[in-house]
Design a protein around this ligand. Structure first.
Ligand SMILES: *Cc1c(COP(=O)(O)O)cnc(C)c1O
Length: 368
């Protein structure tokens, strides 16, 4: 299902999305956590296309789709998907009416938020609006501080037009600091118990939290990256399968003489005659320019071939001297199956989350 249905020639650069891998990874999240799942679909489902992934997961009986903003909630709602939509971060005052009218689920950070939603929902004549409490147990990005929730929770419970359905917190270092994260789980569980309230949903774990930690109290997990088949912790990578493979095609093959420069800045001057393939993808597709000069490679005919010279907006050059049989039109894997997103991220000086969310709109997504 290419998203560019008016095109008559095949795409030059495309992202293959393996839906069976997506389902497999979701099962790993379920089994590993023993909890219900909020599939995190923010940032265009990490570059996999928010609408398509929402539609694909509709049959999975998920508790929620997690989104970053009302724009994303609206995009999913426009597909007709019925899975409940949860707003992962704070909401602006002028977004709240839309949230209330659509029964999207906000996560609140203050008594003021609770009062505002209460007031807005009172005017709708609808049942109490379900919402979740966010507690800040170390992320520093949002939520009630532990002391504040202890003090204000009874006040929140008195509000008649909202109903507290869940309580959540977020892990800043689950893939970096085991000791801190273990303590964070304990703190969160203690806060939940102190509320002495029958929360339907208690949630803390992101991907690293799901894979590397356990909680007998939590009832819901929030996988993002792992659902798309990349583990934040290398040791769990073999349990999950990459969902996206970014591919392109060789557009041109030439033998360039020794001494010839390759790409902007002429940072590479060929030491010997070299068979150079030009490939039709660049940073304009989301292949990071910061990979320039990082000894990175692409896969052509199953073989790793070095990228030479700087990554340009629409094209890269690859040394294919060891593959004399290559031809224009040959498929090129930029990353996904045989070159991991994690490897690309490391070489580009960033993290897999950013590599995936950077894939630009001109890249056709093809679902398999
Ligand atoms: C993005 C996000 C997640 C998912 O994180 P991953 O590390 O990609 O699994 C979970 N919870 C919240 C609150 C988030 O913002």
């Amino acid at each position: 299902m290419p998203n560019d249905s008016t095109s008559s020639s095949p795409p030059r650069t495309w992202a293959e999305i393996d839906l069976s891998a997506l389902r497999h990874n979701l099962d790993v999240a379920r089994e590993s956590s023993g909890q219900e799942v909020m599939a995190v679909l923010k940032a265009g489902a990490y570059g996999h296309s928010i609408k398509q992934i929402a539609l694909q997961l509709e049959q999975e009986n998920l508790a929620f789709y997690g989104v970053a903003s009302v724009i994303e909630a609206r995009r999913i709602a426009s597909t007709g998907c019925k899975t409940r939509l949860y707003l992962l971060g704070p909401t602006l005052a002028d977004e709240c009416e839309e949230i209330v009218n659509n029964r999207w689920v906000p996560s609140i950070s203050s008594l003021k938020d609770a009062q505002y939603f209460n007031q807005l929902n009172a005017t709708t004549g609808k049942p109490p609006l379900p919402l979740h409490i966010t507690v800040d147990t170390g992320m520093g990005r949002g939520g009630f501080l532990p002391d504040a929730i202890a003090e204000q929770f009874p006040e929140i419970l008195k509000l008649e037009h909202i109903s507290i359905e869940g309580i959540g917190s977020h892990l800043p270092s689950a893939d970096e600091d085991k000791e801190f994260t273990l303590q964070q789980f304990r703190n969160f569980e203690m806060i939940v118990k102190q509320c002495d309230y029958d929360f339907k949903y208690i949630h803390l774990a992101n991907s690293a939290g799901i894979l590397d930690y356990e909680s007998s109290l939590c009832t819901l997990c929030r996988p993002g990256l792992m659902m798309y088949g990349i583990s934040p912790l290398e040791s769990y990578q073999r349990q999950i399968k990459p969902v996206m493979t970014l591919k392109s095609k060789i557009t041109l093959i030439r033998e360039l003489p020794a001494g010839h420069g390759v790409s902007y800045g002429r940072s590479v001057l060929l030491e010997k005659p070299t068979l150079v393939a030009t490939v039709g993808a660049g940073y304009g597709d989301g292949y990071p320019r910061s990979l320039s000069g990082k000894k990175t490679a692409v896969i052509i005919r199953g073989k790793r071939c070095p990228v030479i010279g700087r990554v340009t907006m629409d094209q890269i050059m690859v040394d294919v001297s060891e593959l004399p049989e290559v031809d224009a039109g040959d498929e090129v894997e930029l990353f996904g199956q045989q070159i991991s997103v994690a490897e690309i991220a490391t070489k580009a000086g960033t993290i897999p989350w950013e590599i995936l969310t950077r894939i630009t709109p001109r890249v056709t997504r093809i679902y398999k």
